[in-house]
Every structure is written in structure tokens, then in C-alpha cells.
Design a protein around this ligand. Structure first.
Ligand code: ADP
Length: 437
């Protein structure tokens, strides 16, 4: 117990004793005691009322004159109150500093709650994507930034992927978006201006497309003359072998240019013509028929459990099948076996090309879809490989929201699985019932 509390109790007891003593002198101890208790009560009530008034008005000056335990209560209260005010001011200053620094950031940052509703955002988010801190607070971010890829990213748990989208407020500008977990249940949407990078990518793409296009015409002329020369029996014998070699190399250059042009076309093509109902099983059968039966080609088996159609582009899906199947043929010995499959289920559909060929070392698998990547450059070149086939496959699959999953073991074989999401699989309408009125 503090000294003030002790003093307060002693004072109270002395007052009551004094009241009782005076009462006893006059023959009314109880009245004396009662009068002293009333006096103590009135004094306490007075202090309580002043305290209430001070709380209401915020003026605590009166309590500087307080006494005993009340003085202690008042000064403690004043101290705590002043500390709270100081702390609030510190927080306010800190908050202002944080806001200043986030506003100085060139990247947009938007804090979202579990429902993807905007909690707070910085100035760059307004400049890049038009999100306003006060006006858009509580709004769903996917109602403001309408992009299907962003909607997917917001609903997935993938915190490493990023997507590119056009800025809704700055014409021709591109934004890179990423979602990272933040706080207890919140997310942070990060927006970065990548217009310059996209411009460079486009420049590179256009350059490759233009160069390939421009090289095609002179190469056609050269190939034409080389074909004519190769068929001409009158050319000197010393030139016969070089001409055949030149013709072979010209054909290879035509193949490279053709595949480069195909890649550029896929990269710049929009979603047009991706709405055909593609008979994947039919394509597998016709491609297999065209490729099997040649000398040195392994046995090809079709293992399909589905006849489901795929919503996409028939020619592009055929390119995927031809590329995967010709790779499997190229890298599988004649006594091996190649299996092509088409299966569909609740989570989508799988187009599979598996072989019992030489296989691929695990360290190379990640890089297979890079342009011009070949595990064994010399060997692949001799076999007619360009190193663009799987890059084309990857692009076509990305255009169809699909992914390529490669598994392989050296000496055992490889499996290339193209997984299509369920909304790409066309559900055939049930046949109408016969009969009726
Ligand atoms: P290429 O025209 O050289 O075949 P691709 O892009 O189609 O180019 O393939 C890239 C590389 O992947 C190939 O050079 C080869 O090393 C490897 N590869 C592709 N498919 C297979 C397969 N079925 N078995 C073994 N290796 C393969």
C-alpha cells in the first residue's frame, strides 16, 4: 500500500474516531460517528464530481490543488493521459513518414484484404493504375483492374508468378503485377511499369520476324538455283558434292527461318481463332499414320481414353503433336516404342507423347523450351534438329492456357505431357431423345 493510501485510511479512521468522540461527549456517539461519515462521504463525492468535470472539459488544473490519495489518482491519470497523447503524436509522425516513403516509391503498392478489397494504396498505384486511396477503399481490386490474368493471379496461392497487363489509365503502357502475402490475412498487389521492357521485347520480336521474312526471298532464289544445279548432270564433278551440301544447308536455313517466323507469329498473335472445336484424337491418329511405318521409326501406339474435343486452334494443336512426335521418333531407336495418349477428367485433359528413347538428364529439362537449346548440339543438328520445336510447343500451349510437363530418365525414356485446363475441354451436348409428339 502506498504512503498516500495509508495516510488516507488513517485520516478516515481519525475523522470517524473524532466524530465518535465528540458524539460521546454530548451523549450521542452514534450521531457523532454518522456526522463524521457523512462529512467524509461529501468530501469524496465532491472530488468525484470535480474529476468527472475535468474528464468532460479536459481541464485538470483544479487537481493540482488536490490532496492525499485523490492528488495521487489525479496526477497519475494526468501523467498517463499525457503519455497517450505523446504516443499518439509519435505514431502519427511515423505514419506520415511511412506514407511519405511509400508515396515516393516508383512502384504501385495496393494492400488487399481476404476478399481482394482495397485497404490502402500508394500514390504510384494511382498514377499507374488509377486506384484512388480514399474513393476506391473497400472496392474489389478486380472490379477496377479488369484483366482475366490478374483475376487468376489474385485467386491463386502462387506468390512467385507475375503477369503483364495494359495500364487502364496510361495508353500503351504495360504493368507487371505480382501478389505477395502481407500481414495476417492480407495481400500486397505490386505494380511495376514495364513499358520500356515490353517495347524492347517487341522490337526484338519484330526484328527477328522482319529479318526472317527478308531472308526468305533471297534464300528461295538461292535454293532454286541449287536445286537446278544439283539436277544438272553437266556440272563439273568437283562441284557435284559441294552443290549437294549447299542445297542441304539451304534447306536447313529455310527450316530455321520457317520456325522463327512461326514463333514470331505465335508471339504476336492475339486470341483469334482459338475457339475451334479441335478433334485431338483424330489429329493424333492422322499424324501417327503419316509418320509411322518409315524405316528406322519406332513402333507408335495410341493409348486414348477420351474422345473429348478441345477448344482451341486445330492447326496449332497439330503443330504441337507433330513436334512432340517427331522429337520422340528422332530420339528413340527403331526397336523402341512411342505411346501417344489423350485423356480427360475432372481437372482437364492431357495430351501425352511418351517414348522409350535415350531420355534427357534432369539438369537439361528446365531449359528444353528455350530457343535453340539442344542437349547435344552436334547430334541434334545432324538429325535435322533446329532447337525451336519445343519453344513453339510452349508458345502454343500458353496460348491455350495449357502447360508442358516433362519427365525423363536417361536410358529409359521421356514423357511430354500437355495439360489443358477443364474450361478448354469441350463438353459434347447430349444427343436429343428420339420420339416426342
Ligand atoms: P530440336 O529441333 O533440336 O529437336 P526441340 O526444341 O524440339 O529442338 O528440342 C530441344 C532439345 O530437347 C532437343 O535438341 C533434344 O536434345 C531434347 N529432346 C526433345 N525431345 C526429346 C525426346 N523425346 N527425347 C530426348 N530428348 C529430347
Amino acid at each position: 500500500m502506498s504512503i498516500a493510501a495509508r495516510k488516507f485510511l488513517i485520516g478516515l479512521i481519525l475523522l470517524l474516531l473524532a466524530g465518535a468522540g465528540i458524539g460521546w461527549i454530548y451523549g450521542h456517539t452514534d450521531w457523532g460517528l454518522l456526522a463524521a461519515a457523512l462529512l467524509a462521504l461529501i468530501w469524496q463525492v465532491r472530488q468525484l464530481l470535480s474529476f468527472e468535470r475535468a474528464l468532460r472539459t479536459g481541464n485538470f488544473d483544479d487537481f493540482r490543488r488536490g490532496e492525499g490519495i485523490w492528488e495521487q489518482i489525479f496526477s497519475r491519470f494526468r501523467f498517463e493521459r499525457e503519455r497517450a497523447v505523446r504516443r499518439k503524436q509519435n505514431y502519427r509522425t511515423l505514419l506520415r513518414e511511412i506514407r511519405k516513403s511509400t508515396n515516393a516509391m516508383p512502384d504501385g503498392a495496393v494492400t488487399l484484404d481476404t476478399n481482394n478489397e482495397i485497404v490502402v494504396c500508394n500514390r504510384a498505384a494511382k498514377e499507374l493504375a488509377g486506384i484512388k486511396r480514399k474513393k476506391d477503399r473497400g472496392q474489389r481490386v478486380d472490379n477496377i483492374l479488369r484483366d482475366p490474368e490478374l483475376a487468376k493471379l489474385l485467386h491463386s496461392d502462387d506468390h512467385t508468378s507475375t503477369i503483364e497487363m495494359m495500364s487502364p489509365v496510361r495508353d500503351g503502357d504495360w504493368l507487371n503485377c505480382r501478389v505477395v502475402p502481407y500481414g495476417a490475412n492480407q495481400k500486397l498487389l505490386l505494380l511495376r511499369d514495364v513499358t520500356e521492357r515490353m517495347r524492347l521485347v517487341k522490337m526484338r520480336r519484330d526484328f527477328v520476324a522482319n529479318a526472317s521474312h527478308e531472308l526468305r526471298s533471297p534464300l528461295t532464289v538461292i535454293s532454286g538455283y541449287l536445286d537446278a544445279l544439283a539436277d544438272d548432270d553437266n556440272i563439273p564433278e568437283t562441284w557435284q558434292k559441294p552443290v549437294v551440301q549447299m542445297r542441304g544447308q539451304a534447306a536447313r536455313m529455310r527450316q530455321i527461318l520457317g520456325e522463327l517466323l512461326e514463333l514470331s507469329r505465335l508471339e504476336s498473335a492475339g486470341p483469334a481463332k482459338l475457339d475451334q472445336s479441335v478433334d485431338v484424337l483424330g489429329l493424333l491418329e492422322s499424324t501417327t499414320q503419316a509418320l509411322e511405318g518409315h524405316a528406322n521409326v519406332a513402333r507408335i501406339v495410341i493409348d486414348a481414353s477420351s474422345a473429348a474435343k478441345l477448344q482451341g486452334n486445330g492447326a496449332e494443336i497439330e503443330t504441337v503433336i507433330v513436334n512432340l512426335l517427331s522429337n520422340a521418333i528422332r530420339y528413340t531407336p527403331a526397336d523402341g516404342e512411342i505411346t501417344v495418349g489423350w485423356h480427360s477428367g475432372a481437372d482437364g485433359a492431357d495430351l501425352i507423347v511418351a517414348d522409350t528413347g535415350e531420355g534427357i538428364e534432369s539438369e537439361h529439362i528446365q531449359r528444353l523450351t528455350e530457343r535453340f537449346f539442344r542437349v547435344d548440339k552436334g547430334r541434334s543438328r545432324d538429325d535435322g534438329g533446329v532447337g525451336l520445336g519445343l519453344a513453339i510447343v510452349k508458345h502454343v500451349l500458353a496460348r491455350h492456357d495449357a502447360e508442358l510437363i516433362v519427365s525423363s530418365e536417361v536410358g529409359t525414356g521421356s514423357k511430354f505431357r500437355c495439360h489443358f485446363p477443364v474450361d478448354r475441354v469441350v463438353v459434347e451436348a447430349p444427343m436429343p431423345l428420339a420420339g416426342g409428339s
